[in-house]
Structure formats: structure tokens, C-alpha cells
Design a protein around this ligand. Sequence first.
Ligand code: CMC
Length: 428
Amino acid sequence: MNAKASMRIGDRQIELDIVESSEGDNGVDISNLRKELGVVTLDSGFANTAANTSSVSFIDGEAGILRYRGYPIEQLAEQSTFLEVAFLLNYGELPTKAELDAFEESITMHSLLREDMKQLFEAFPHEAHPMQILASATSALASYYPEDLDPTDREAVDLSARRLIAKMPTMISWAYKYRVHQPYVYPRNDLPYVARFLHTMFSLPTSEYVVDPVIAQALDVLLILHADHGQNCSSTAVRLVGSGRADVFASVAAGICALSGPLHGGANQEVIEMLERIVADGGDVSKWVAKAKDKNDPFRLMGFGHRVYKNFDPRARIIKQTAQDVLAKLGRDDPLLDVAMQLEEVALSDDYFIERKLYPNVDFYSGIIYRAMGFPTDMFPVLFALGRLPGWLAQWRELTSDPDLRIYRPRQVYVGPTERDYVPIDQR
Ligand code: CMC
């Protein structure tokens, strides 16, 4: 017999079903709580709430484990590719060679944007943040494919997902090109996915960009490491919008908006800006650690702390090593890497960070690699978005293929004024 939980309020007690996980926390099904006991649950930041069951990725925050569809992130980073991971997340299994070839080919053939989309980029001021442009362009894509927007048409959804994976690198690079007043570069379909993206970003009509395999490989690893992360803020935004039966483009655009915040995907940009400030200020890392601890100072150590990881972030471990490898292979030095490592060392031996279990997260070292690749700082969050895209799509498909899907609609505990009469303006 399945285990049950019970809840008592006053003299009324009910039994609650326990939904068993295959690994990790089981869930107490409280869906009848209000009907049976007349109360709702209250959980700030959803820290203790599972919004849904999912089989896309598994995180054990205490043990520092992240797996996509059961495969450890370390193995995928070392042996897989971003497109193979995108296939795995979206279809549940690693592809055969023939499946992967067909998937890659279908992505490649959708890499081009409609020519009139240029007008959309050009409607923005040149100094617009690339996340703002990317969110708008993603949302606008829906208007080019009105015949394929029905969330219940699985073939149309599949086509839209492939279009998004194919076109997002082109949208990102065109947002960049517009920004820096350079001509747009069309995707070269003879190049593999990541190299094609780098080429559209950095090539010029006057000088062809030759993709360095060290850079392409490191970017592929970074994209893999960002590809999914359970019910994080942006994936939850994607699901929430999808639960209202909005199309996949609108849902992903919502994910991009959610990701743009400095506590989420905007943190990688903030980390570099913080490291630059520390270097410009003389490089005294203990001063900045003290600022981060000071409750009267709003400063936080960006790239530190995580809602789920309370031991270490397995992605950060791989990224730190990748940052060191990439700089060594490119024969470059970056003073920000030295400061970052000092900051990590000082923070990790400090009681404030130890007690609160605050460790470097995925964003702490990734910016140092993006910098070495030549990306300007405000492009970092869009690189996070490109990496997270397959996860958003997988989460959205899981949501919309659930026969029991209900619109996301949380309750609230109302604490505002009780009923009172309207007072005409001349009597207030
Ligand atoms: N620097 C200084 N103190 C911190 C930090 C930090 N980076 N992060 C958390 N704390 C403190 C916080 O002040 C609180 O202290 P106290 O218990 O004394 O009030 C305690 O640690 C718990 O913090 P919290 O804000 O309640 O934790 P949370 O789970 O709600 O927030 C977080 C998680 C990632 C938003 C937060 O750690 C943070 O703001 N980090 C900096 C931003 C960042 O690096 N974000 C990227 C997250 S990883 C990638 C992603 O998800 O996009």
C-alpha cells in the first residue's frame, strides 16, 4: 500500500496521497486540501512546492548532482554535443546516428530568418539590451508561422521547436550586428551549429572569421551545461504561459524575459561587471566579501548562492576548469580570472558563506570564457538563453502533452482590507 501523509486542523484530519519520485523528494498531494479542510498552502518563492512531476532533469542540491534524462552532466559535457543534448531533452532518449543526422539536418535547414525580420531589429535603438531584442524577436517569430501554432498539434509543435533552435543563434547574432553597426551575416549551413553561430556573430564582409575549434568546443560545453535545470524561474515562466495554451514562441519569449533578471540569467553579466569593479578598485577581494556580508549594503556576491545547490554546483566545477583550459589554450591571461579565484577562496573560508551554504554557481566563471571568446558582456544572458532553449522546449512539451494539464493558477492568502464603502473624492 502507498504511504500517506496526514494533516490535522482543529478536530478535522485528512489523509493525503504521497506521489513517489523515482529519485529525490517525494511529493505530498495537497490538491484536495482546500476542499477538505478549507485552507491553502503558503510557500514563499515556491521553495517547498513541486508545481508538477517531470522527467526532464534531476537535481540533488545536497550532493551536487545534475542529470538530464538520467545522464550525468559531467558525461554529457565531456562526450556529447549541444544538439545531441537538445534531442535527448526533447525526445527523452539519446539519438541513434541516423536520428541525430536527421535532427541536425532539419535544424540546419531552418537557420535563416525571414528577410523582413530585419525591420524588427532596426526598430530598436542601437543601445537596446540584446535580451530585449531576443525576447521580442522570439515572440515575433510566431507571426511568421501562424499555421503551426496549435499547441495540441504535435507535428506543428515539433516543427516550431526545431525552428526556434535553428533561428535563435541567427537572431542573437543579428541583434549583435545591429548593435555594433555591422552588416548582418547570413548563417553558413556548411558549418556545424556552434561554429555557424560564431561565424554569424564575428564574421565581416571584409574579413572572414575562422572559427577556432577550441572556442567552438568550449561554447558547445557551456551550452550543454545550461540546457536544463528543473523548474527554475524561466522554465516555470515558460510552463505558466504554456498552461494558458499560448503557443510555444510566446511561452519561450516569456522564459527569455524571466531569464533576463540579475538573480537568474542576468547574473553572468553582473559577475563580470562586479569583477571589473573589484579590479578597478585595487583588487582587495576581502573588502567586497565584507560588503556582501553587510546587511545594510545591498551588494551581493554575484555568481554565488543557489536555491537548490547547497554543497557545490556541478556546472560551476566544470566551467571553472573549462575557463582555465580555454585561457591556457588561447595563450591568454585574464586578470578577472585571478580575482574570481581569489574571491572564491576568501568567500569559501568565511563563516557567513559556509553557514548559508553559498558556493559559486553556473554564472560565476562562465563570463570569463565568453569574454575570452570575444563576446561583449551584455551578450552573456542571451548565451544563457540559447543554452536553456532546449530545456524550455522540453519542459513546455512535457506540460502540453499532459492529458491532465490545468491552467497554472495559484491561490493566495489575502491580507488586504476587508469590505469598505467607496468614498467620493470630495469627501476624502
Ligand atoms: N551574496 C551574499 N549573500 C547572499 C548571496 C550572495 N550572492 N546569496 C544569498 N545570500 C544570503 C542572503 O542574504 C540570505 O542571508 P540571510 O539568511 O542572512 O537573510 C541567505 O544567503 C539566503 O539567501 P536567499 O536570497 O534567501 O536565497 P534564495 O534561494 O532565495 O536565492 C539566489 C538564491 C541565487 C537568488 C541568491 O543566492 C542570489 O541572489 N545570488 C546572487 C545572484 C546569482 O548569482 N544568481 C544566479 C543563480 S544560478 C543561475 C540561475 O538560476 O540563473
